[in-house]
Write a protein that binds this ligand. Structure first.
Ligand SMILES: [Ca+2]
Ligand SMILES: [Ca+2]
Length: 252
């Protein structure tokens, strides 16, 4: 009878191997890699800041002439690219004092290298400013496994309301031009970019008006620039806002 037991044992081993093989084939047990969100790195015009508005991590994002900013969030998707089976990503946010109240923002398809998302607060009823916003993402793979990312945060404040000069104004380089805006008692940064968004000049002020003669910026005749005002409570903290952007043209 020993040989019968031996055959039974072999059969059981073969069957259980077969079962576990089938299970591995049908069910992917490996969840997505954990994603690291990119914290706020620095702002254009900060001393030694080599980052631009496009790659500086979580940041306020100009919502044009609305009275609040949108939020830009970013993450490192290299681990997800290596996984090779990511299907979609869920975006989630909450704000301080409501940290049990996670809000689902949107589900986006996974497209490698497009690891930037702009949260326009669509459907949010309360005031968007004076809140510290926290974000995390949840990548899902083809089999439905998911792994939460870590969390980043940024506080939005009232964006400066641009007054003058009007968008697409044209001046001689010798004109007296007054740049003015409305806002709280914040620190303001006036920024001038070329039309390819390279930062040409920036400087900080506590005023809400600056004449071009007070600004250490020498425009070149025949050139156009993009200008805007950023606001900070304390420069260098994870907190701020950005005005809309306007174009200014210079002639001789
Ligand atoms: Ca997987
Ligand atoms: Ca910024």
């Amino acid at each position: 009878m020993k040989w019968l037991y031996a055959i039974l044992l072999i059969l059981i081993v073969i069957i259980s191997f077969g079962c576990s093989y089938d299970e591995a084939e049908n069910k992917d047990p490996i969840p997505p890699s954990k994603v690291e969100m990119t914290p706020h790195l620095c702002d254009p015009g900060d001393p030694g800041c080599a980052y631009t508005d496009r790659n500086n991590g979580i940041d306020a994002y100009s919502a044009g002439n609305l009275d609040y900013n949108w939020m830009k969030i970013q993450w490192d998707d290299k681990p997800l690219q290596k996984d090779g089976d990511i299907h979609h990503i869920e975006i989630w946010r909450y704000y301080i004092y409501s940290d049990t109240n996670f809000t689902f923002v949107e589900e986006i398809p996974f497209i490698p290298d497009s690891s930037t998302y702009y949260d326009k607060f669509i459907g949010f009823e309360g005031s968007v400013i004076q809140k510290t916003w926290f974000y995390f993402i949840i990548p899902f793979d083809e089999a439905g496994n998911s792994t939460n990312s870590d969390t980043v945060s940024y506080r939005l404040i009232l964006p400066p309301g641009l007054q003058s000069p009007a968008d697409n104004s044209t001046f001689s380089v010798n004109d007296s031009i007054n740049f003015s805006w409305s806002g709280e008692s914040y620190t303001y940064r006036i920024l001038f970019f070329d039309t390819s968004y390279n930062l040409i000049h920036s400087e900080d002020t506590d005023e809400t008006s600056r004449n071009i003669s007070e600004i250490d910026f020498v425009p070149i005749p025949g050139f156009s620039y993009i200008w805007r005002i950023d606001a900070f409570v304390v420069v260098g903290e994870d907190e701020g806002s950005e005005s809309e952007e306007r174009v200014i043209n210079f002639t001789l």
